[in-house]
Design a protein. Sequence first.
Lengths: 274, 440
Amino acid sequence: MKAALTLITALAYVAACLLYLHFFVTRKEAAERWGFGVLWVGFIAHTAGLVINYWNMGRFPVIDLRESLCFFSWSMAGMYLAVRTIRSAAPLGTFVLPVIAGVFIAAALLKKAALPPNDMFATILFPLHILLIFSGYAAFTLAFGSGIMYLLQERGLKSRRPGRVLDRLPSLSELDGLIYLSLGIGFPLLTLGIITGAAWLHNLEGVYIKWNPEINASMVTWLLYAVILHARLLAGWRGRKMAAASVLGFALILFTFLGAGLVSSGFHGFFNYP
Amino acid sequence: MKIVVVGMSHRTAPVELRERLAYAAAEIKETLGRLPALDFIEEAALLSTCNRIEIYAASEKPEHAAQAIKEFLAKDRPVSEDEIERHSYLHVGSEAVKHLYGVSAGLDSMVLGEPQILGQVKDSYRAAVEAEATKVLLNKLFHRAFQAAKRVRTETNVGSYAVSVAATAVELAAKIFGELEECSTLLVGAGNMGELTAQHLIGAGVKNILVANRTFETGSELADRFDGEAVPFSELSAALARADIVIATTGAPQPIITHRMVNDAIKARKHKPIFLIDIAVPRDVEDKVDKLEGAYLYDIDDLQEITEQHRREREREAAVAGVIVAEEVAKFSAWQSTLDVVPTIVNLRSRFEDIARDEIKKALDALPEVGEKEKEAIESLAHNLVNKLLHEPTTMLKRCAENGDGEVAQACRVLFKLPAEAAAQDEAEDSETFDDEVDG
């Protein structure tokens, strides 16, 4: 059952990825609609797989690297589906789906770590912390994808010889709106994620903060996004600077998530636990 | 029966001659009423636009039909037969089919791939149907032409690249601002090119137009035409801050929109992008404005270069469209060949049905006491036999005809002693209805 769900999810994500690519090249709306539908199928199968995992293991299935990646791709898929539903963000799918599919497949190929049950993860604060942080990351991934598209479109327009490829990208103003929307969704989620994380830590060890590489990097990330949004609201920062900043922010997240996770000890480390 | 087209287009005839030949929409129906009355012409349709005048006809003798059409035009319009002879073209059979398909898809238009021509062809066809000038062959031809044009439109990009400077400017504006409804446009100067570009922008949804002209009165006249607002030339800087799109067309010898002005405008706009279209020569906008973040500056050379690229792109797409047209022409030819065999099939069927009817009668006469049920059974037996026996030969006759093999039909006529050709022609014509396939 579990294996079948994993296979369905992987196939659906790859198929959606190809459909979105086809849409991008041929501009056939039908391909995008199909891609969107297939992505839903993958997302539902993915969700079912996670629920079964939770059930079987009796804990929230986001502890080792494999589980974290799997959950990250789930968050991104969910976030894209949500944003696509409220905005015409179709070409964004072409940029984000390869990430979703790639991360999911990487997770599926990783070896399962045999972890003993641990009380540390039994509290509700843990899943809440994870869910919020990862949803925030997912929103920032969309900001990253939109940022890349913005930089491409802007460079083309500045060159005064925009090629035909750029036709397939949304307009600068739409992309700017998408970046702003994604950051606007991601930042509160990240903030709440950090707060729940602190509360969890307090329950566990009686302190609100502890300096490990992952927490440090998270703080830097949070600060960066805080500065970007602040500049947008007060100084009217927009366009290329916003786009570049959201790309930079995403690089920081990757560092936080993978880099720090690999060198960290304790609950944020993928390998050192327990 | 063959399809013939006699026509004169922008490729072969000067505008002055086309003007004299042109038919007004109101005249077309009446003219079509007279055309099929000519010798050698069975069906007719007339296409008259500012770039072409063409008469399509179905005829057993295409050369004679073409001659009749030319004589008709010379009598009907103030042109001499000699002029028509020199400036017209004549296509017969599949060449004529190919011609109409190409025309419908915009491949023969002055602006390659333009879509209006399809509407004009549809109107012409509708007029011909209303005048009852078309029958089975031209009906099919036009329906198929619309399908071919639709395929070209959906399967190629021949119509999707902006091929005028103004249209290119609109396309670029859309790449920056997306929806143009909310965009303000500032016209600096009252030049023709600027007015044309502004018209295109309004066509794309722009509502708010500002005009800044050195002579305020001229500016205000232009602003009135666009339902816009004239601003004094001295307040250009302030106007820049309000404009998303700036079109500069003044005759000023020096740049009038400076780096500093645009920089200030961008700040006042809170870094919302600004699109500057400089179509003046010498240029109106300082070149280094381009260095400002959020400013997108295009001069006339840029726009012309992009437009030229688009034109080349359309030509490349036209080659793909040509392949589609060729495919569709082949389909039509195949269908037309089966048309030739329809009389044979009709004769064959009626011969069989006659036999069946006679035999049923004989059988029933010999069995006077049978009831209704038995009678029905005997009748349906005979009809089923006819249908089953004829199914295979009918299919084969059509297939052979499609492949251009007319001898099989001939053999069939000899074998079953069918009457000479043409006898069943009328029945064949009734089998095709007009309006089922016309879209739009």
